[in-house]
Design a binder for this molecule. Structure first.
Ligand code: ATP
Ligand code: MG
Length: 434
């Protein structure tokens, strides 16, 4: 026997029936994001490695240890995208979008790649749904993207997602804050891993995000950046909160929330799945969305001065939750047509295709087994109705259609429908709840 293969570790096949949840969520996203004024963009899966080093930051988990980086045949360093904000900003700048419109709202959906330790809700190829709004400094823009997330969770049917909110200030007071933070962490230098030491030197704020046990106490007692942000950012943050209250979107102030990437300024937020009772299906991977403002990113990547705010959601985690909380609603045929050997089988098959092409969910069994086997198949795919199409039906131009979804103990229900009347009949039935 020849060798069998397995998917690369941390990368999943997305198959039926779970794929139906993916498609439903993606469908809701396209509609809702469109209604909010966001247009879809699709950027390449790989980018110049330097793009991520410059934007995400060298001393971050992503660039420090999680990127899939390789040298291509032209000797360029290429990376599989670990996130979508830097590629979107690159596309925004490269295509001169700012010259054609003052306000740009984009969304994207697609796979991201990070070489991380796997567990529930944490994979090496995972999927993000993200949005980016360029051009508005106003707090209304922060609130619009937050409102979009809030409504999205509602529409896909995931409750108990709590909005955590913080502000990192505009950057002007950050050097002073970092100095404070360095002093605070100084006594802990000796218990730090080499990694944490590097963060201490190069990107001290990252320490607040560290999972190292020896640092947890120091993190808990660290000064909060919210206490040292500039006046303009304070006002901005107050406006964001006022508007959220006006829209009835609940939130929790989270003074520890600093987010994993270097480019954030002012508002930062996360939506975290925190069920009020029962076990948390996501375990410690409960963050389903992270976002915020990055007013300097576009300029730092060589573009014009353009404020921006956005977010990225982890779709794998949301699909997991939807499956746990709501199960899978499988699409099922309205009518299943059974066939027999003989010349009229071609007519039966032609009828199936014709009805499908007219927009009805009609199925049959292409293996052409015995009728009871075909009926079994019809039950298996949860068809609502079943009709055999043989020589008698062909001559009489009429089908006898059986209800396949009778309540237990209910009497058999059969309706006779002329072939010509099938489209009208199917129209009246296709709204039957499955
Ligand atoms: P975490 O703290 O869980 O590692 P992060 O800060 O690295 O998250 P972001 O870069 O903010 O994550 O990505 C946005 C969202 O994408 C996360 O909130 C999460 O839902 C999802 N996500 C991130 N990494 C993974 C992964 N490896 N597998 C599945 N989903 C992921
Ligand atoms: Mg991470």
């Amino acid at each position: 026997m020849s060798k069998t293969f397995a998917a690369v570790k941390g990368m999943n096949d997305l198959l039926p029936p779970q794929i139906e949840i993916w498609q439903r969520i993606e469908g809701i996203a396209r509609k809702l994001f469109g209604r909010y004024g966001f247009s879809e963009v699709r950027t390449p899966i790989v980018e110049d490695t330097a793009l991520f080093v410059r934007s995400v930051g060298e001393v971050t988990d992503i660039v420090g240890k999680e990127m899939y980086t390789f040298i291509d045949k032209g000797d360029r360093s290429i990376s599989m995208r670990p996130e979508g904000t830097a590629p979107a900003a690159r596309a925004y700048i490269e295509n001169g979008v700012a010259n054609t419109e003052p306000l740009t709202r984009w969304f994207y959906m697609g796979p991201m790649f990070r070489y991380e330790r796997m567990k529930t809700g944490r994979y090496r190829q995972f999927y993000q749904l993200g949005a980016e709004a360029y051009g508005a400094l106003d707090p209304a823009q922060d609130v619009e993207v937050i409102s979009l997330c809030h409504e999205f969770f509602k529409q896909i049917g995931v409750p108990d997602v709590v909005l955590h909110l913080n502000s990192l200030g505009d950057g002007s007071t950050r050097p002073a804050y970092l100095e404070l933070l360095k002093q605070h962490f100084l006594p802990f230098l000796e218990v730090m891993s080499p990694e944490a030491k590097l963060a201490y030197e190069k990107n001290t704020m990252r320490l607040l995000d560290s999972k190292e046990a020896a640092l947890q106490e120091a993190i808990a007692s660290a000064p909060a950046i919210l206490d040292s942000i500039d006046e303009g950012s304070k006002q901005h943050f107050a406006d964001v909160q006022r508007l959220l209250i006006k829209l009835g979107i609940p939130f929790e102030l989270d003074r520890r929330l600093v987010r994993g990437l270097d480019y954030y300024t002012r508002t930062t937020f996360e939506f975290i799945y925190e069920p009020k009772s029962g076990e948390n299906a996501l375990g410690t991977a409960g963050t389903v969305c992270g976002g915020g403002r990055y007013d300097r990113l576009v300029h730092e990547l060589g573009g014009p001065e353009k404020p921006a705010v956005g977010f990225a959601m982890g779709l794998d985690r949301l699909v997991l939750l939807v499956e746990k909380l709501k199960g899978i609603e499988r699409a099922a045929p309205t009518l299943f047509i059974g066939t027999f050997d003989g010349p009229e089988r071609d007519d039966a098959i032609a009828l199936v295709m014709k009805l499908r092409n007219e927009g009805f969910d009609v199925d049959f069994d292409p293996r052409n087994g015995k009728l009871p086997k075909q009926k079994e198949r019809a039950s298996k795919v949860n068809a609502a109705w079943f009709a055999a199409y043989g020589v008698n039906e062909h001559t009489a131009r009429t089908l006898k259609i059986d209800n396949m979804r009778l309540a237990p103990g209910a009497p058999k229900e059969t309706v006779e429908v002329a072939l010509d009347a099938l489209p009208a009949w199917l129209n009246s039935k296709s709204k039957t709840p499955s």
